[in-house]
Design a protein around this ligand. Structure first.
Ligand code: IMP
Length: 483
């Protein structure tokens, strides 16, 4: 009974959204978008307002170029916020030919007068965080507690988490980034994590005592695990305390009341750019579980993971013109042939964090559309079409076939994943789109491809990235600030 009612509700809701999308497609002629129609695109914004808060998420399996899109938009933001993951993420941003690799510090740090926040939904490696700050400073980028603020309740990723993960991976075989992210989140929900705020005021004996008690509980748990894995070397409490004491004076100045500061900025009408790490298919709840990361990557997770209620938010979903995946898990459009190899080589598809080779395949619009709908995405950004500049035929997956039946979403059951046969639509290849900065100058075959993405998803492609550089972007409309 309850179940039936739920199904009714869900189908009513999906009919509602389908109608909205069809109407939007009809009234705004999404398929016909043109550079000169930029103003008309504003009608697509459901609230009728421009975004005060823009959430940027990846709609595929990660590495969609979110960092470079965030970088371009962040110059109009007052703040850039990260809300999930840790140094398993990696962005490479190219400015004036110089490339910056960032993993936890938001790319907004490269802009003047932008405050960067690390929110509660993240996990933080002290070594990585301090290294990143040092590298930025060595490149004359200004980093201080004035433009970089971290929440006090972010759990720490400790060296022990990397070791625990290596042990778990022997049997779990998820092919993680090996940064200790999963075990750090496990300790968070297991209520034994050491958090950034635990390093505050350690010269107060009560604080030090409380930290020591926490470490006792943490190592009791991890040593039991180690014994189970037959590891001879157990964790040493003093080593951990010394490690934390050594980092404390460097890290604690960055601690701030992040939710309150963000709320205040919202009240003042400031613009927030909120940067999701990893991607929708790696979300711990809605992704291809268990081949996912350990955090909530969805746009809907952002507010809670920052500790605020967002008002007037818009969602920009970033996709690549093809698909990549690193690590294990389903990949319906995977190309295990020369074409896949060629895409990987031209697109330099190697992980920014681990250097791992990413698998490549055609654009999977079934997967993209599923995440567009779940996240109620308002705008799309499309990256790396230029990587396909030298292909005669380009394919796009528009449906899955499983056991002779057409399916329009990723099946829940891992047992079905290997049975998926992608159904493709073919497009004529395009040329010379690299570094183009005007939509009208793009090869008409690429324009046709972009229009198809808009028609299929019902969402306008407002930003087209034609290269890694800050200037290699076509902004058909600025989803963040159009006034
Ligand atoms: P973890 O996040 O290190 O636990 O890894 C879990 C899965 O997510 C693995 O398949 C990783 O390859 C994948 N993953 C985590 N972070 C990223 C990312 O930033 N880009 C792409 N894949 C990622």
């Amino acid at each position: 009974m309850f179940f039936k009612k739920k199904v009714k509700q869900i189908s009513k809701r999906s009919i509602f959204w389908s109608l909205i999308v069809i109407n939007l497609a009809f009234f705004t002629e999404i398929g016909q978008l043109h550079a000169s129609d930029i103003k008309d695109l504003n009608h697509v914004n459901k609230s009728g307002n421009t975004a005060q808060n823009l959430i940027i998420i990846g709609l595929q399996f990660g590495d969609e170029s979110k960092g470079s899109i965030t970088d371009v938009l962040s110059k109009q933001a007052n703040a850039v916020v990260r809300y999930n993951g840790g140094n398993n993420a990696g962005h490479t941003i190219v400015i004036d030919g110089k490339s910056y690799k960032l993993s936890v510090i938001p790319s907004g740090i490269l802009q003047k007068d932008v405050t960067c926040f690390l929110g509660t939904g993240m996990v933080l490696s002290l070594d990585n965080f301090m290294n990143e700050i040092e590298k930025l400073k060595n490149n004359s980028i200004e980093v201080s507690p004035i433009n970089l603020k971290i929440a006090n309740n972010i759990p720490l990723v400790l060296p022990l988490h990397i070791e625990t993960e290596a042990l778990a991976e022997k049997t779990q075989k998820l092919n993680t980034t090996k940064k200790g992210i999963g075990p750090a989140y496990e300790d968070k929900v297991g209520r034994r994590a050491i958090r950034v705020g635990d390093l505050l005021n350690l010269d107060d004996p009560q604080n030090l005592k409380s930290l020591e008690e926490k470490i006792d509980k943490l190592i009791a748990y991890h040593n039991a695990l180690r014994k189970g894995y037959d590891v001879k070397e157990l964790l040493n409490k003093n080593e951990i305390i010394n490690y934390l004491k050594q980092h404390a004076p460097n890290i604690t100045p960055y601690i701030a009341d992040v939710p309150r500061e963000i709320q205040k900025m919202q009240q003042e009408g400031k613009k927030l750019l909120i940067e999701g790490a990893q991607s929708c298919f790696l979300d711990v709840n809605f992704g291809t579980y268990p081949y996912v990361t350990s955090s909530a990557t969805f746009a809907t997770a952002a507010a809670y993971a920052m500790g605020v209620r967002l008002k007037n938010e818009q969602v920009l979903g970033v996709i690549k013109a093809y698909t990549t995946r690193v690590g294990n898990g389903p990949f319906p459009t995977l190309l295990q042939d020369e074409i896949g190899k060629k895409i990987g080589e031209i697109g330099k598809e190697f992980g920014a964090v681990t250097g791992r080779k990413r698998d490549c395949g055609w654009l999977d619009l079934v997967a993209v559309k599923e995440m567009v709908n779940l996240n109620q995405v308002d705008y799309l950004a499309l990256a790396k079409g230029d990587v396909l500049d030298d292909f005669d035929i380009i394919k796009v997956c528009i449906a899955y076939e499983i056991d002779g039946k057409i399916v329009d979403k990723m099946p829940y059951e891992p047992g079905q994943w290997t049975k998926i046969k992608p159904i493709y639509k073919e497009f004529k290849g395009w040329k010379n789109t690299k570094s183009i900065t005007s939509f009208d100058d793009l090869d008409s075959n690429y324009i046709e491809y972009i229009k198809f993405i808009e028609e299929f998803t019902g969402i306008p492609v407002v930003i087209i990235s034609t290269g890694p550089g800050r200037e290699e972007k076509i902004m058909r409309t600025n989803p963040f600030m159009t006034n």
